[in-house]
Design a protein around this ligand. Structure first.
Ligand code: UD1
Ligand code: CA
Length: 456
């Protein structure tokens, strides 16, 4: 039976107080909506339809980048979750055989932690005969959440929005987190029956529960942990979601055999991969797209993003690996070294104060302290090719495009603008001139000048 997903993301998110649509705010380096899409993708659905509205241009563009196969449908006016789901039906029709087959899962774009396993258990409840399945949780503070009203059988009788609830209903702790699984054949009919004669003047998706029950159908609630339902409404929620993500990522890394000296100061992204027996010191930030193999040492205060670090390498302290940094096995990258879009081969060392950009550095090559790869001419970026077993002396500038052959040496302080042949020594700096005794004569003249001035 095909499963389709409707992801609701048309709301304003006004409590974020932001020009950026809420679902594009980042959690662990990825937009919130990408996390919700991950939950959806875990079900391997036939189709995903995202409902956009406020800030739709930006959201559509971000979605196209994440996955061009996602269908997007515009909700012209935010008339409630029921209206949003109805708008999505047109895009679902062919995936669900004109809405007659399978299941439809409704998720929110601002709810990033729903686990695929939880959705699977909702689908199982559907398969066992419930027409509508709702994901509920015991709320610490039920506040504005919709309340789940159960019948004597423990089935779901209705969802009552907080504004509509009686005092007795408000006392219910079991709340609706927003995730719905419904029979695709019934959903269009149920949605068509929803009315907006309520406190908010909106079409409540939650009304499909009572409508299904009225038809003699069964509705069930599946209960999950409150942490899983965490939704982002304000910046403080975003920070809480980030903290929750980081706590889990740190625990997972350690459980997988990664040493974290001070876990609370190591920051992971949604797609970070760290191999076992890698050790990470305090205050390390791992941005999106980082893969670190096994047995790597990342010392304190490193910033990594979009890079690959191979087995047995040592990074930092205070190193920065930017997108496209590809380090082979047993490389050393030391303090205040920045590497961008560069392949560094096995055993190469770049230990102090260097910039390596748009380059290939050969195996066992040593890049001296303060070396700068001058990759940018103000308009274009150029490539620097450094061979194997090369020695680049300290404080050299390699002006790209340029290539240094295997086994070559560059004298310290050189500004290299022409290719260096394999095995050659290049010196590109002013020759040293030495004037015997001149320093002493110069110094005594300066001292005399100073005392003459003081005497005046
Ligand atoms: C909704 C539920 C409530 C539940 C709560 C959990 C309804 C009527 N109520 O309330 O039972 O406890 O979520 O957080 O469903 N959206 C649209 N178009 C719209 C309106 C909303 O796409 O016209 C999207 C929003 O972007 C958001 C989601 O739907 O992602 C939920 O909307 P929101 O207005 O936050 O619903 P609540 O009133 O919080
Ligand atoms: Ca909400």
């Amino acid at each position: 039976m095909p499963t389709s997903v409707i992801l609701l993301a048309a709301g304003q998110g006004s409590r974020m107080k932001s020009d950026l649509p809420k679902v594009l705010h980042r959690l662990a380096g990825a937009p919130l909506i990408a996390h919700a899409l991950d939950s959806a993708r875990g079900l391997d659905p036939e189709r995903i339809v995202v409902v956009t509205g406020v800030g739709a241009e930006q959201v559509d563009a971000a979605l196209a980048e994440i996955d061009p196969d996602i269908r997007v449908v515009r909700q012209p006016e935010q008339r409630g979750t029921g209206d949003a789901a109805r708008v999505a039906l047109s895009e679902l029709a062919d995936a669900t055989g004109d809405g007659t087959e399978g299941d439809v899962v409704v998720l929110y774009g601002d709810t990033p932690f729903i686990r695929p396993e939880t959705l699977e258990s909702m689908l199982a409840a559907r398969a066992a005969g419930a027409a509508v399945v709702i994901l509920g949780f015991e709320a610490a503070e039920p506040g504005a959440y919709g309340r789940l009203v159960l019948d004597d059988m423990g089935d779901l009788a209705a969802i009552v929005e907080a504004r509509e609830a009686t005092e007795d209903q408000l006392a219910i702790r079991l709340c609706n987190c927003g995730v719905v699984v419904a029979d695709a054949a019934l959903l269009p009919g149920l949605l068509a029956e929803i009315r907006d004669d309520n406190a908010k003047g909106e079409f409540y998706l939650t009304d499909i529960v009572a409508l299904a029950r009225k038809r003699g159908l069964t509705a069930k609630a599946i209960i999950c942990d409150e942490a899983e339902t965490l939704g982002v409404n304000r910046r403080a929620d975003l920070a809480a979601a980030e903290a929750a993500f980081q706590t889990r990522a740190r625990a997972e890394a350690m459980a997988n055999g990664v040493t974290l000296t001070d876990p609370a100061t190591v920051w992971f992204s949604h797609d970070t991969h760290i191999g076992r027996d890698t050790a990470i010191g305090p205050n390390v930030f791992l941005g999106p797209g980082v893969t670190v193999e096994t047995g790597v040492e990342i010392l304190a205060f490193c910033h990594l993003e979009g890079c690959h670090v191979s087995r047995g390498s040592r990074i930092g302290p205070f190193a920065r690996l930017r997108p496209g940094a590809e380090l082979a096995e047993h490389t050393h990258v030391g303090n205040f070294v920045e590497i961008k879009n560069a392949i560094v081969d096995e055993g190469a060392k770049i230990n102090h104060l260097a910039y390596v950009g748009d380059a290939h550095v050969g195996a066992r090559t040593n890049i001296g302290a303060g070396t700068i790869f001058c990759n940018y001419d103000g308009v274009f970026k150029h490539h620097t090719e450094v061979g194997t077993d090369v020695f680049i002396g300290s404080n050299s500038a390699l002006v790209a495009p340029v290539s240094i052959g295997d086994g070559a040496m560059v004298a310290a302080g050189s500004t290299i603008t022409a290719d260096v042949a394999p095995g050659a020594l290049a010196v590109a700096r002013g020759p040293q001139v030495s004037k015997p005794g001149l320093a002493l004569r110069l110094m005594s003249r300066l001292r005399a000048l100073k005392s003459a001035k003081a005497g005046r």
